[in-house]
Design a protein around this ligand. Sequence first.
Ligand code: ADP
Length: 273
Amino acid sequence: MLELHSLKKKFGQTQAVDDVNLSIDAGQMVGIIGRSGAGKSTLLRLINRLLDPTSGTIMFEGKDITKLRGRELRLWRASCAMVFQQFNLVERMDVLTNVLIGRVAQHGFLSSMLRRFTDEEKEMAISALDRLDLVPQALQRAGTLSGGQQQRVAIAKALVQKPKIMLADEPIASLDPANATRVMEALRKINREDGITVLVNLHTLDTARNYCERIIAMRAGRVRFDGAPADLTQERVREIYGTDDFDAEIDEAVTSTSFNAGRTAKEKVYQAV
Ligand code: ADP
């Protein structure tokens, strides 16, 4: 079980995460929704310790994660793999090598860069690619793949870390609807088949409803709703976000720009709503 106790993160005057308390059972698929700036990304980065909290604690299976240093911290980061909106692959390297880089925490940086991977690791990488229907692309340069394929490579790379938790930060925000569906289905499959806890940041409520058993709605750093999708009624959405239709509001803004515009453009769009 992952537990967050009174978790806070302040950037200057901005309270990005404000007194968050959550318990997440192993194997849950959780969607975190909210507009840009709600604190979703900061929350995930606190969990995998890319950021240190201003105060509060993170516990996992009874262990205080906030206190980890050195090798233990490196292993924690490996056990909660992160998937990003912009894929974070090395575009000029082939797909298989990109996936093997997921072994870096277990392997050490230098030998990973020298590509000294064991046969077992190579098999693990190929099997991860197979699960994501990407074996035919294994020797292709990552940069030549479509956005949806690149995101699936990023998921394969996360999988070979043998994570207990998968943290996906807006994994479909740069994808067209068909690729977005494939990526969400891949996350759901991993959650169901491997029992990996998935925490996925999303900006559309519909996607969270379709794929997640639990929805956490954030606004201004705070958790404003935490429960089953069916309990997040239109009335609750209106109460939290001051709008009847959270998705329509965001969709209208997003379709007026390119899906591939990236985070900066996406943020500009959100500021307009
Ligand atoms: P979301 O993921 O929901 O879009 P973020 O967690 O990215 O929200 O941001 C929450 C708030 O914290 C925003 O006001 C954002 O501008 C601010 N913020 C996030 N990261 C930083 C940072 N590194 N430095 C300063 N402010 C930040």
